[in-house]
Design a protein around this ligand. Structure first.
Ligand code: PLP
Length: 392
C-alpha cells in the first residue's frame, strides 16, 4: 500500500490550487452571516449573451446531442479559421482543435509536446496553472522574471540567458493573467526573433484578447508577425472570458499540422469532442451575434478599471501600474513587510475581503485584485483594503 501511495506519475504530483483554502474560509465566514466581499474572482460577472444561449437551445432542440469529430465541429472550425485570419494568422481547419475550455487546449499542447529533459520558459508573474501543466508533462519550468516598470515584459537579455539546448517552448500570455499587461509589437517581435533563432516553439495564450481598454493598444497575435514564427506557434483562445461563457467549457488551439495531428490523437482518447451543442452556439458567437453585449461588457470593465485604479492611488502602502487588459490589477505590497499569503489571510479575517496572494503566480510580493464585480462592490472593497493598510 505504501508503495502504491509513494510512486506517482508526474500527473499524480500536481499541487491543488492554493487559493482554494482562502475561498473555503471565505465561504465559512459567509455561512456565519458575515458580509464578505470578494476581489478574487477569475471570471466575468456577466450572463452569457442571450443570442448564444438561444443558439445552444436551438441546437439541443434540433437533436445536436451526439458525438461529433473529436477535433471539433467543421462549421466552428471554419469560423475559427476566419477569426484567425482577422488576427492576421493564416491557417486551415486541419490546424484547429476545439477543446473543453482553453485550459484543456493548454494542457494537451504542453503534454503532447514536452517531456522529461525538456525545458519550458514561463514569464513571471504567470498564470498559476502553467507550471503545474509543465510538471504533468515531465518537463522543467524555467522562470524568467519581469518587472512592473517594464510593463511586465521580459527583456531580451533575460530571455536569452534562460534559453538552453533543452528549451522546447516559451509560454506567452497577452493580455496577461495576473498582470493585465498587453505586450507591444516590439516585445512580441523580440520573443519571435529569439524563438526562430533558437528553434523554440511558442505557446501564445490569447484568452483575454477581447478585454483591452485602451483604444491605442491593439491585441497582436504573435503568429501574425511572420511565416517563420507562425510555423512555431500554437495559439490558444476560448469563449470563457470574451463571451462570459466560463461554465460552458469551450476553447480551441491552432497548431502547426504535425502537432495538431498529435494533439488530435491525444484528445480522441481523452475527452473525444467538446460538448456538441455548445460548439453550435459558439458558431453564432464567432459570427458576431453577441458583439453588442461583448462591447458593453468591455466598456463596463473599462469603467471599473478606471475607478479601481483611482481608489488604489489613495493607498500609499500599495504600488501598482495601470493594467491595459484582462480584469485584474497586480498590487505590490512589499511596503507592508508582509508575505502575500499573510496579507491575504489577515485581510480576510480582519476586513472580510478576499484577494489572491500571488506566491503561486511567481510573484510573492503581490496580491491580485479582480474587478469582475460591480462598482459599488469595488468602492466598499477598497475602503476595507485602505483601512486594513492604515491599521498595519
Ligand atoms: N488562460 C488563462 C491565462 C486563464 O486565466 C484561464 C482561466 O482563468 C484560462 C487560460 C482557461 O480558460 P478556460 O475557461 O477557457 O479553460
Amino acid at each position: 500500500m505504501e508503495n502504491l501511495q509513494n510512486n506517482f506519475s508526474p500527473l499524480g504530483t500536481l499541487s491543488p490550487s492554493v487559493t482554494l483554502s482562502l475561498a473555503a474560509r471565505a465561504k465559512e465566514l459567509k455561512k456565519q452571516g458575515l458580509d464578505v466581499y470578494s476581489m478574487s474572482v477569475g471570471e466575468p460577472d456577466f450572463d452569457t449573451p442571450q443570442a448564444i444561449k438561444n443558439a445552444a437551445i436551438k441546437a439541443l432542440n434540433e437533436g445536436k446531442v451526439r458525438y461529433i469529430a473529436s477535433s471539433g465541429l467543421p462549421e466552428l472550425k471554419d469560423e475559427i479559421v476566419k477569426k484567425m485570419a482577422e488576427n492576421g494568422v493564416k491557417t486551415t481547419a486541419n490546424n484547429v482543435i476545439v477543446t473543453t475550455g482553453a485550459k484543456l487546449a493548454l494542457f494537451e499542447t504542453i503534454t503532447a509536446l514536452c517531456g522529461a529533459g525538456d525545458e519550458v520558459i514561463v514569464l513571471a508573474p504567470y498564470w498559476l496553472s502553467y507550471p503545474e501543466m509543465i510538471k504533468a508533462s515531465g518537463a522543467k519550468t524555467v522562470v524568467v522574471n519581469t518587472k512592473a516598470e517594464n510593463n511586465f515584459a521580459p527583456t531580451k537579455e533575460d530571455l536569452e540567458k534562460a534559453i538552453t539546448p533543452n528549451t522546447k517552448l516559451i509560454i506567452v500570455n497577452s493580455p496577461s493573467n495576473p498582470t493585465g499587461a498587453v505586450y507591444s509589437k516590439e516585445t512580441l517581435q523580440m520573443i519571435a526573433d529569439l524563438a526562430v533563432k533558437h528553434n523554440i516553439m511558442v505557446l501564445s495564450d490569447e484568452i483575454y484578447e477581447k478585454l483591452i481598454y485602451d483604444e491605442n493598444i491593439k491585441h497582436i497575435s504573435i503568429a501574425s508577425l511572420n511565416d517563420k514564427i507562425a510555423d512555431l506557434t500554437i495559439t490558444i483562445n476560448g469563449f470563457s472570458k470574451a463571451y462570459a461563457m466560463t461554465g460552458w467549457r469551450l476553447g480551441y488551439l491552432v497548431a502547426p499540422l504535425w502537432l495538431a495531428k498529435r494533439i488530435s490523437a491525444l484528445q480522441s482518447h481523452a475527452t473525444s469532442n467538446a460538448t456538441t451543442f455548445v460548439q453550435y452556439a459558439a458558431v453564432d458567437a464567432l459570427q458576431g451575434k453577441a458583439d453588442a453585449e461583448v462591447e458593453n461588457m468591455v466598456k463596463t470593465f473599462a469603467r471599473r478599471r478606471e475607478l479601481l485604479c483611482k481608489l488604489l492611488k489613495d493607498i500609499p502602502q500599495i504600488d501598482f501600474i495601470e493594467p491595459q487588459g484582462a480584469f485584474y490589477v497586480m498590487c505590490n505590497i512589499a511596503k507592508t513587510g508582509k508575505t502575500a499569503k499573510d496579507f491575504a489571510q489577515e485581510l480576510l479575517e480582519q476586513k472580510l475581503l478576499t484577494v489572491i496572494p500571488c506566491e503561486s503566480f511567481g510573484a510573492p510580493e503581490y496580491v491580485r485584485l479582480s474587478y469582475a464585480c460591480s462598482e459599488e462592490q469595488i468602492i466598499e472593497a477598497i475602503k476595507r483594503l485602505k483601512q486594513f493598510c492604515q491599521d498595519l
